[in-house]
Design a protein around this ligand. Sequence first.
Ligand code: HEC
Length: 141
Amino acid sequence: MKKLFAVLLVCSAVPAAVLAQTAPALKSGEQVYRETCMACHGPGVNPGLPNVPRMGDKKAWSKLIAEGQHVLTAHAWVGVRAMPPKGGRNDLSLEEFARAAAWMVRGSGGNWQDPDARMLNRIRAEEAKRIEQLKKAPAKG
Ligand code: HEC
């Protein structure tokens, strides 16, 4: 009986351990911002960079925020002029990137939240549209 219990214990522990390994925790928006976005979007950093909306610059962000979370996040993810696709971090997931964009917006006068499944789908749909647009004409914004 004791032996059977031990076997059961081992069997139930293994899948949990495997799951923990295959599903790494997503980075928070703040973490991604600090690691990646801040190098260009931080206030006063990289001063020659054209058009970059700075963290905390409510005026610069207000018209961007008005485009909508799904549209703006998708455009930035695909890349716009001097904004490299994914901020140059190919290892980021769309969800992590979107969290970082929402974090910057929250620090710049908006109230975007970490995307839920529905928002992620809307961003993906915009991404597909944007890629089609860019095939026809270069980025306008
Ligand atoms: C190498 C510099 C650089 C890095 C790194 C970078 N950005 Fe940008 N980003 C830019 C520039 C430049 C623009 C302005 C593009 C333009 O409108 O010409 C921009 C614009 C944006 C916009 C507005 C897009 C639009 O449609 O106008 C968002 C949102 C954004 N970045 C999010 C991010 C996020 C999130 C990260 C980090 C994961 C990030 N950026 C990292 C340079 C950078």
